[in-house]
Ligand binder design. Structure first.
Ligand code: ADP
Length: 727
């Protein structure tokens, strides 16, 4: 491109230079070579002609031996001399004797005169002819100034060795010479004029070319400018970010189509607005600081803030600005605004998940210990209840206490679910009944009307009913608290199919969508990002409400079920929660409510647990049913006890192993060792951790069943009956 441009601009100059050189060469050639050559050739011709005439005359004289007496000049000579004078316009013809005496002259007055000039004597003596063209105003051989153009020929007459004299012929060539001069002058003028015309033409061509090139360059520049403006406009119109041009008062003076699409204002709306119309009041100082930076540094990068859409939504935005300078002053700025609401939402979810993780560890530890205490309380209550000494009254109170412990057990289950996820008791369940029964309970005694709109073909889901029921109860409880003076709750359930890349960021699949809408006080925009955080509450704190754990538990349970929970709220109008759970096409699981009875055979059971109260209650419960127990505190004791009994008359029928033993060998490793000793060992895993994969997959680890802490006599009987059915 650059090379082409250079060629285009240097070519005319090169051409012009070559042409000027060619013209100069032509002029020099004609003046310095051609014209002198022509003149010389013509001169030669003229001299030659005169010489030949003189030679003809000399021929007449050479035939005579004694001719050079002026009385004896041959008549032929005289006749030829006369005709010559007429024919070649000879100026003068003279015949000199060897002494230089004029013995014949066309001017008869000269006859008898003697020319004793040395030049003549030299010609006679040497016998060498001499021919010269003497131009007008030049001196002749005689030393006279010529008034004409003359050819002067001296032809010596020699007879053998005798020098007889000289013929002199003066031929007037003025006409020929002046003709020649005129011709040369004319042609020289023609050449000069042609040269001038050519030089002028080239000059004009050069100037015109320069002008054309200037015009072409201007046109090219104009085209380039138009093209770049078009490109800029194209970029502006089709950018995927919102682009704004602002004046120095931060009023919008242009906005691209993406800006109108994202923020909902029309282009005309924007032109009547300033930045301050769309940012929150508490962002104004930061934005002013940004403008100052723009003024000072020329740009501002990654400003994170908020901007309001026409329909009142606040979008999280990232703004990059660069200043527009005109006449050395800030005339405004260009803002590239990116909607990062979705990204912020994900970041918040991530932060919340991290909060939940930390809290989960804490809660998990407490729940574990609490569970062990409950095991002891529950075990002892169930034992007292079945004592023969207990009367009806104490049995009633014990039943109340037992129910309270069972509710406390549910609570620890929830806490453990929250801390470690759940799904331990997942079954394929119909959500229709679960939703109805779970929603009814928290609304007891309220003046809230609850309506259901559940699709008849609502698909079942693989869920832990207790946990999902807990989610529903929490949502309804919150709705109830948001409507202290009564209101309306609408619960709808539909089947939906989500495509890949859906707004919920869930995998492409079939889901059950449950929507809970209340007509309560709603949630302020500024609280929305926090409501799923643990301990976030806008309520007064007390033991029943305002703990701020309800929604974080809901979130945890739903995520553990591979679903999602979303919220929308309009202050003073109401709140809408949506839950999505993966649907299944598997058949609904059958419920089995058979009350277990005590085994008839007495089993020999080895119990391993680091907690004394657990060992005690397990021993009491099992002894009560007639089984014999041995208790150990960790894995190595369990192995030695088991191996001791293994080859005796009374080996252990069953081992109950606690999954985690702080500082000692836990249930999994102990069972591995026991299996190595006795491949037929029967073991139950005992743990409070609902989400422990070992207990879920106890079969994979060699366990034959589980005893969830806190366990009651029924739980233990259920497992023993399953494992030893023929006893
Ligand atoms: P808590 O109910 O103990 O405050 P939650 O985690 O269940 O804790 O709820 C957190 C906060 O979310 C509540 O304090 C309340 O401000 C808000 N919230 C939840 N559900 C609703 C609702 N249906 N209507 C209004 N506000 C709600």
């Amino acid at each position: 491109m650059i090379g082409n441009r250079m060629n285009r601009s240097t070519l005319p100059i090169a051409l012009l230079l070559t042409s000027v050189l060619a013209i100069l060469f032509l002029v020099s050639f004609t003046h310095l070579f051609l014209y002198p050559q022509i003149t010389a050739t013509v001169d030669e011709q003229l001299i030659d002609e005169t010489y030949r005439s003189a030679d003809v005359l000399a021929t007449h004289l050479k035939q005579s031996q004694s001719l050079l007496n002026y009385g004896e000049i041959p008549p032929l000579f005289l006749a030829d001399a006369k005709s010559l004078l007429w024919k070649i316009h000879a100026q003068k013809i003279r015949l000199f004797s060897s002494q230089g005496e004029i013995i014949y002259s066309s001017d008869s007055d000269e006859i008898g005169q003697i020319n004793s000039l040395p030049y003549l004597q030299k010609i006679i003596a040497e016998g060498t002819p001499q021919s010269t063209l003497i131009e007008n105003e030049r001196l002749s051989a005689e030393g006279l100034k010529s008034t004409l153009d003359l050819v002067e020929v001296y032809l010596p007459l020699i007879n053998g060795t005798e020098h007889l004299g000289v013929i002199e012929v003066y031929n007037d060539v003025s006409i020929q010479k002046s003709k020649l001069r005129r011709l040369i002058n004319l042609s020289s003028r023609v050449v000069n004029i042609a040269t001038l015309i050519l030089i002028l033409s080239f000059g004009i061509f050069f100037l015109l070319d320069r002008r054309n090139r200037k015009i072409r360059k201007q046109t090219e520049q104009a085209l380039l400018k138009a093209e770049s403006e078009h490109k800029y406009r194209d970029l502006f119109e089709n950018a995927m970010d919102s682009l704004f041009i602002l004046d120095d008062q931060f009023r919008y003076i242009d906005a691209n189509p993406m800006a109108t699409e994202v923020f909902g204002y029309s282009h005309t709306d924007f032109l009547q607005m300033s930045v301050f119309d769309v940012i929150p009041v508490d962002q104004v100082p930061r934005s002013q600081e940004e403008f100052e930076q723009l003024r000072r540094r020329g740009s501002y990068k990654n400003f994170i803030g908020q901007m309001r859409t026409r329909d009142g939504r606040w979008l999280d935005v990232e703004i990059n600005s660069s200043v527009i300078i005109e006449n050395g002053k800030m005339a405004g700025s260009r803002d590239v605004v990116r909607d990062i609401t979705e990204r912020k939402k994900l970041e918040r979810e991530f932060a919340q998940a991290r909060n939940l993780d930390a809290l989960g560890i804490l809660v998990g530890g407490i729940a574990h210990d609490f569970n062990n205490l409950l095991t002891s309380v529950l075990g002892n209550i169930s034992l007292t209840k079945i004592l023969p000494t207990s009367d009806a009254k104490s049995e009633k109170y014990l039943s109340i206490a037992e129910n309270a412990v069972l509710r406390a057990k549910d609570l620890t289950l929830q806490l453990l679910t929250f801390s470690q996820g759940g799904g331990q008791h997942k079954k394929v369940v119909s959500l229709t009944d679960l939703v109805r029964t779970s929603a009814a309970f928290p609304l007891t005694g309220s003046n809230i009307r609850c309506e259901f709109d559940l699709a008849e073909d609502l698909k079942p889901a693989l869920i832990d009913s207790n946990q999902i029921s807990q989610v529903i109860q929490n949502l309804i409880l919150n709705a109830r608290e948001a409507m202290p003076d009564g209101g309306h709750i609408m619960i709808s359930g539909t089947n939906i199919s989500l495509p890949a890349d859906n707004e919920f960021h869930l995998p492409e699949s079939d889901y059950i969508s449950l929507i809970f809408i209340d007509t309560g006080v709603g949630i302020e925009d500024k609280f929305l990002p926090q409501i799923f955080d643990p301990y976030f509450s806008t309520k007064e704190r007390d033991t029943r409400k305002g703990m701020g754990l309800g929604l974080s538990i809901c979130h945890s349970i739903i995520i553990d079920h591979h679903g999602c929970i979303d919220v929308e709220s309009y202050p003073e109008q109401g709140t809408r929660f949506q839950i999505l759970l993966p649907a299944t096409n598997d058949p609904i699981a059958e419920e089995n409510h058979k009350e277990p009875a005590a085994l008839h055979r007495s089993l020999n059971i080895l119990i391993m647990d680091d907690e004394e109260i657990i060992r005690e209650v397990a021993t009491e419960l099992l002894n009560h049913d007639g089984h014999r127990t041995t208790c150990v505190e960790d894995g190595s004791e369990a192995i030695s006890a088991y191996s001791k009994k293994m080859n005796t008359e009374d080996p252990f029928d069953l081992v109950i192993l606690d999954l985690t033993i702080p500082g000692g060998m836990g249930g999994v490793e102990t069972l591995e060792r026991l299996t190595a000793l006795d491949p037929d060992v029967i073991a139950l895993v005992s743990s409070g951790y609902v989400n422990d994969s070992t207990r879920t997959d106890y079969m994979n680890h060699g366990f034959s069943g589980s005893a969830n802490k806190p366990y009651s006599i029924q739980t233990l009987r259920q497992e023993l009956e399953r494992l030893f059915p023929h006893n």
